[in-house]
Ligand binder design. Structure first.
Ligand SMILES: [Zn+2]
Length: 85
């Protein structure tokens, strides 16, 4: 006989509408998505002019692992933080 593990109920998503802060979260998510879109756009541009896959700070080629993790990355791991938006 197998007994299912007794899981606590998953936290319900707050109802839309009367949650202060819900809109802020949505705006933050939207801004994150727009930033990602910008990165992808920039990556496509770099693909066009042949600089895709290179760090724009030190010009080092990005590793396959880095590109697999962040296909739109424009900097190597060392410059990822320093480069900023
Ligand atoms: Zn670099």
């Amino acid at each position: 006989m197998r007994e299912p593990t007794n899981q606590p109920p998953a936290p319900a998503r707050p109802a839309e509408g009367d949650q202060p802060g819900g809109a802020d979260e949505a705006v933050a998510a939207l801004e994150r998505i727009e930033a990602e879109l910008d990165e992808v756009d920039a990556a496509l541009d770099r693909l066009d002019d042949g600089t895709y896959g290179r760090c724009r700070v030190c010009d080092a080629p990005l590793s396959d692992a880095e590109l697999a993790e962040r296909p739109a990355a424009s900097t190597c791991a060392a410059h990822e933080v320093a480069a900023g938006p």
